[in-house]
Design a protein around this ligand. Structure first.
Ligand code: SAH
Ligand code: SF4
Length: 339
């Protein structure tokens, strides 16, 4: 471990949460100013062939009412939000066999034809082959989010229906090789997780040199095999975000919806602990309630564009301001030679 990384871990181990988050907040404001970037999240399909033990839309959960947005619905959602000024869209789904890479490429090409290059497009659709990622990149996808979920190989394999951490990390490296702005991250408070695993999660983000890091609390879902697992408070998430901010000052780090779902002021607290991104959910309202990864998800009845207004107020309370630009990651801009 390099000296500065070692020092940060040492500080993390010894500092109380107030001290830790204050330092992370200072680093964040130094590098990113008071800016908070907005990403419009569209949950376009809740079909999933996977059976991750933690997830509410896992294949084994037969209570889920499955849906897929049509290409037209996706386009309409983006068109309307782009008119309101959103410049980044995240298309997320389960690992849906009928939404093949080819089909997603078709949607992306239509978006590019209509809206052009001023918006950034991010996908979050799980593991695909390197060839599929390449096709998506040439169709016009800029960024990809795929959390490694936990850095512990045994725990990972157990929670993800036998899929190995090695395979997940290979996907992350493939994405980086194909030129995507690359995001990963993890849940905090998974059953079986230890403090050493939490530190290794943050170190893995650093080692992967991530451009974006999503960290949220694991929230037990009663319709999954982990329904009775222990539910943790916000503190573990605050500590995790702060540590990652210290290790990766330039990364874009969202204050996740999951953090806002376990604590009414959760996202504000995370924005004060090193985060600089928010992801309003702009999925058409009639589908939001069926994309229930975890219970208690906020804003299910709200139109996404209403969420933007609400977030504006919340961001003000922590002395930050919303920026509607693309917000490309500093590390990515430098890597791709435009910085
Ligand atoms: N299928 C894709 C994207 C959708 S899942 C994938 O798995 O990558 C998006 C994220 O939701 C997952 O990466 C996981 O970290 C999070 N998630 C799933 N179940 C959760 C739960 N019970 N509590 C908190 N976050 C959860
Ligand atoms: Fe599917 Fe993603 Fe949920 Fe796993 S976490 S079951 S891959 S949607």
């Amino acid at each position: 471990m390099k000296g500065n990384v070692k020092n940060i871990i040492e500080f993390y181990r010894n500092a109380d949460t107030r001290e830790l988050t204050a330092r992370a907040d200072a680093v964040c404001r130094e590098v990113h100013g008071d800016n908070v970037y907005m990403r419009g999240l569209i949950e376009f399909s809740n079909f999933c062939a996977m059976d991750c033990l933690y997830c509410g839309i896992r294949d084994g959960n037969k209570k889920v009412k499955r849906y897929r947005l049509t290409e037209d619905q996706i386009l309409k959602t983006i068109r309307e939000s782009a008119k309101k000024g959103l410049k980044t869209f995240v298309l997320q789904s389960g690992e849906d066999p009928s939404f093949t890479a080819d089909r997603i490429c078709g949607v992306v090409e239509r978006i590019r034809e209509e809206i052009g290059e001023e918006i950034a497009l991010t996908l979050s659709c799980g593991i695909m082959t390197k060839k599929e990622y390449r096709a998506l990149k040439s169709a016009g996808v800029n960024r990809y989010l795929i959390r490694f979920e936990t850095s512990d190989p045994e725990l990972h394999q157990k929670l993800r229906g036998g899929v190995t951490l090695k395979r997940r990390l290979e996907a992350i490296r493939d994405l980086r090789d194909e030129g995507f702005e690359t995001g990963s991250g993890y849940m905090v408070g998974l059953p079986g997780e230890t403090e050493e695993i939490r530190i290794n999660n943050a170190l893995l983000c650093h080692e992967l040199g991530l451009d974006m890091v999503g960290i949220g609390p694991f929230i037990p879902n009663p319709d999954t095999p982990l329904g009775h697992a222990c539910k943790h408070g916000l503190e573990l998430t605050l500590r995790a975000v702060a540590l990652v901010r210290l290790l990766l000052p330039e990364a874009n780090i969202p204050a996740t919806t999951a953090a806002g779902s376990i604590d009414e002021k959760g996202r504000e607290a995370v924005l004060n602990a090193g985060a600089n991104v928010l992801m309003p959910n702009i999925t058409p309202v009639e589908y939001k309630k069926d994309y229930l990864l975890y219970p208690g998800k906020i804003c299910l009845d709200e139109d996404g564009l209403h969420c933007i207004g609400c977030l504006n107020g919340r961001v003000g309370t922590v002395g930050k301001k919303i920026i509607m630009g693309r917000g490309d990651a500093i590390s990515f801009t430098r890597r791709s030679g435009h910085g």
